[in-house]
Design a protein around this ligand. Structure first.
Ligand code: ACM
Length: 503
């Protein structure tokens, strides 16, 4: 009853575990205590149980979290874990705190959602589990509509349950600049002051952003900040006239057209701006990846685009980060070694998309796969939906979000060069966190399963191999937890949802 499907989950013949009144969470090893604290908090909020965390060996009936070198499935140190549930206790073993954290997410899903009833029992199981890909991402566009810190924290909590380990924040676009840059205060004072539709906008101070990074890190999620350039930049252009090709600051923009804006390229003022912005974002971000966009630069000539991106990517590398960019950046052939491309064309590549993403691999980099027709979370579920867009072959469905394979999209691009998958949520039409969740869930669960669970044996016949009916049954059990925690989700007709909880 777990999503993403674990590598191995066997029911055993042991008697079930019963969480008794004296049960504790026993921890050992680096990072185990903070993972245990999150489990304690989850049991308190999900089940109204109060457990203490102790740095002592487990006793009968305890939940043990052990982080040590030899723990967890061999060969999968980074994020693998083992989980054993039996009458004498629950035991999570992992070589890293990240692995133990993922084990806790599996345990939370195995705990019945009606867990505040007495007694709380968990059927005996033995789990050995680790991810297919190192990168399982969700993206939240906070530029088109702004989402304050508490909303992003709520989103982080919800994606963590699915073992998603990267949150890509699309921080800047034509309609808004959402991250304070101390050396460029007008970016947020002017550029952050509105949103699609003319709302009040908003931005994260550097302290708030640091807080978000720390909140995510505690949940073993890395924030990937995106500063989109040289297109999608009207908010910056409105803030600093010298960044404009004609030297004049345009009005703020609150519509939804794409492709009209570009930074002035090949100019010292823009280069100083890039150095300032990239320097501050890199310094604020402990994660390895820094995204510089590069998509839909329809108002930048190809030559200018290539020179600009190669310069910006070199600045990111010089700041000690690995550049990431949308696949259009593959038009460049002098990217820093290791630059990551994010593919956002369809399952069947069109135009130059296949060539563009392969260019990253040729330059020593890797790919994140976000095929828009199946992985974009803003594509409508049904004709006529008020929220969402239909440009990427919409409406789409939960089964479509599951029935594809990252290694079967671009000929010549296999798992050796795929870092992982990401499901982006663009928010032109999404204004509240409840709406954001309803677009994200349940489809993110499908993309998370593709990113975590083993490749189907037959990726040629991926539709059958993914076994959608079994996925839908497991998802229905996860939805009981969404109901209990107040996470919004779309009750698509393809799933036998739990009855009664929500309309
Ligand atoms: C994109 O959807 N423009 C990356």
């Amino acid at each position: 009853m777990v999503v993403p499907r674990p590598v191995e989950l066997e029911s055993t013949t042991d008697a079930p575990f019963v969480l008794g009144p004296t049960a504790r969470i026993s921890v050992a090893g680096a990072g185990a205590e903070s993972v245990a604290a999150l489990l304690r908090d989850a049991l308190r909020s999900d089940c109204r149980r109060e457990l203490v965390v102790v740095i002592e060996p487990p006793e009968y009936g305890d939940i043990a979290i052990v982080v040590a070198d030899h723990e967890g499935p061999e060969g999968h140190r980074e994020e693998g874990y083992s989980l054993d549930v039996a009458a004498e206790g629950v035991r999570i073993g992992a070589a890293t705190a990240a692995g133990a954290f993922h084990g806790v997410q599996t345990l939370r899903q195995l705990v019945p959602a009606s867990c505040s009833d007495d007694p709380l029992t968990i059927d005996a199981v033995r789990v050995r589990d680790y991810p297919r890909y190192a990168y399982r991402g969700a993206m939240l566009d906070v530029a088109r509509h702004f989402f304050p810190v508490r909303d992003v924290e709520r989103f982080i909590d919800a994606i963590a349950l699915l073992k998603v380990n990267h949150l890509h924040l699309h921080l800047t676009d034509d309609q808004g600049w959402r991250l304070e840059i101390l050396s460029r205060p007008e970016l947020t004072r002017i550029g952050g002051s509105t949103a699609v539709g003319g709302g009040a906008g908003g931005f994260y101070t550097q302290d708030e952003y640091r807080g978000l990074v720390a909140y995510a890190a505690e949940r073993h999620i890395a924030i990937v900040p995106e500063i989109d350039m040289p297109g999608h930049t009207n908010a910056a252009l409105a803030s600093y006239p010298e960044l404009n090709p004609d030297g004049d600051a345009p009005d703020l923009y609150t519509g939804t057209t794409v492709g009209f804006s570009t930074l002035l390229t090949g100019d010292e003022a823009t280069e100083r701006f890039l150095a300032d912005v990239i320097g501050e974002v890199a310094a604020l971000t402990p994660g390895r990846l820094l995204h510089i966009g590069g998509d839909e630069c329809l108002s930048t000539s190809r030559g200018d685009f290539v020179r600009f991106i190669e310069h910006a990517a070199a600045l990111v590398a010089a700041a000690g980060k690995t550049p990431v960019g949308w696949h259009e950046m593959g038009a460049c052939d002098a990217l820093p070694a290791g630059t990551v491309g994010q593919y956002w064309d369809f399952r069947t590549p069109r135009g130059n998309a296949a060539e563009d993403i392969l260019s990253f691999v040729r330059q020593g980099g890797a790919a994140i796969m976000s095929p828009a027709d199946v992985a974009y979370l803003d594509i409508v579920y049904a004709e006529g939906d008020a929220i969402g867009q239909d440009w990427a072959d919409g409406p789409t469905s939960l089964s479509a979000a599951l029935q594809w394979d990252p290694a079967r999209i671009v000929p010549g691009l296999g798992d050796a060069h795929i870092l992982g998958v990401e499901a982006p949520l663009w928010t032109e039409t999404v204004e509240t966190i409840e709406q954001a969740e309803e677009m994200t869930f349940p489809r993110l669960a499908a993309v998370a399963e593709i990113g975590w669970s083993p490749a189907p044996a037959d990726t040629e016949q991926v539709e059958a191999a993914r076994d959608f009916p079994a996925f839908a049954r497991r998802l229905a059990a996860v939805a009981e937890h969404w109901d209990a925690s107040g996470t919004s989700y779309r009750r698509v007709a393809e799933v036998p949802w739990p009855e009664g909880a929500r309309p």
